[in-house]
Design a protein around this ligand. Sequence first.
Ligand code: ZN
Length: 196
Amino acid sequence: MDSRPHKVPAGSLTPPQLFSYLTNNSLDQLGDSEEVWPIMYWAAEGARLYARSKNCQHRKFYVGCTGHGEDELGQWRLAVGYNSKSDVFERKCAEMRMFDDARRIGLQRITRIFTVGPHQIDDHSGVPSKTLHPCKYCRDLFRQMLLEPSPIISRETVIMTALPPEPNGGVSQTYEKYTLGQMLDLHSGNHHPPKL
Ligand SMILES: [Zn+2]
């Protein structure tokens, strides 16, 4: 898998179309399917809008994150998180809150992560990107989690990052897709940009 943008499957779906899709197909029926990406996108966007409605980020920089994984019964479920940082809300990234939710619902392994937020170049690594990548604190958390005896994530977990919806309300066509291993390597200086 490379860093070139991939087509988000069924990327033209809007929230009402998804709602109708989901009422006819449960998430569990989708299983470990690529078709879950647009659902994850809108779930992450929903979490982002929730955080905005609660005004819980002093920089007004809102991020949402969804994790797709399997619980102990083998059912596929979504974990969702939003970011916060203000005088009232503790500092927590959307990815961190998504993992809290994953533990709450008993996910045993997460195969996909989708982060939706405004573009920002990483403060620590300075690695250029078209979208918002998980921050240094989240990357350190991923590395720590990978060392756990039965990690909920793996280096093969796929992570998609995208901008919030387009002005017309559709899924953003600006996105990146990596494995977690690639994402971690990219920001730790092991990335070799393609020769021009
Ligand atoms: Zn973070």
